[in-house]
Write a protein that binds this ligand. Sequence first.
Ligand code: GAR
Length: 216
Amino acid sequence: MQKKRTAVLISGRGSNMSALISAAKAPDFPAEIALVVSNRPNAAGLGVARAAGIRTLVLDHKEFADRIAFDASLDAHLRIESIDIVCLAGFMRLLTPWLVERWRNRMINIHPSLLPAFPGLDTHERAIAAGVRFHGCTVHFVRAEMDSGPIIYQAAVPVLPEDTADVLGSRVLRQEHVIYPAALRLLASGRMAVEEERVQIDNARMPAEAVVSPKV
Ligand code: GAR
């Protein structure tokens, strides 16, 4: 099996990156984490990636004239490294439509809400303020509009009366770490297609965590 060379893009802590790195250690995992890229030189996740023996790259966005210059450099590095798949994992930068198109259906993102509800920032605060009973996370293909694109996996968690944003966020994060590796596995194994902007999964059972509300 030729493992798909995968780049993980981060801006901070990198806990989803760590979940992908751990999953990719399994011999039958169809992707290898070949590169971790951060747009912030002090992202904590960089140290974690280096400790795991993964090649890292810092592209400090402040050193680029504009968004397109940053994206052109990022794209060039991804190509030099023969990357097949890009995973955005807490990468807090808007990408240009040009870059998104170049990686169409090969770039995925994790977002801490049940999209299309609550795109953008502060999703846990907003879920509590809206009074929703369920919240969760989504892995989706990246499209030019922020936090949009064909949905691969979602996991739902209950919102409890005493929840703070931090408590709810931790409950969601545990599920992020389950569905992101599952989505990468599916994409890298070629068992998924996008048809009319909806994801069709071939012959694959959804992991139980992705379709039922897990225990709190
Ligand atoms: C995660 O909760 C991820 O879903 C979110 O940032 C956090 C990064 O944490 N991403 C977004 O909000 C993207 N719109 P991590 O660095 O520990 O993976």
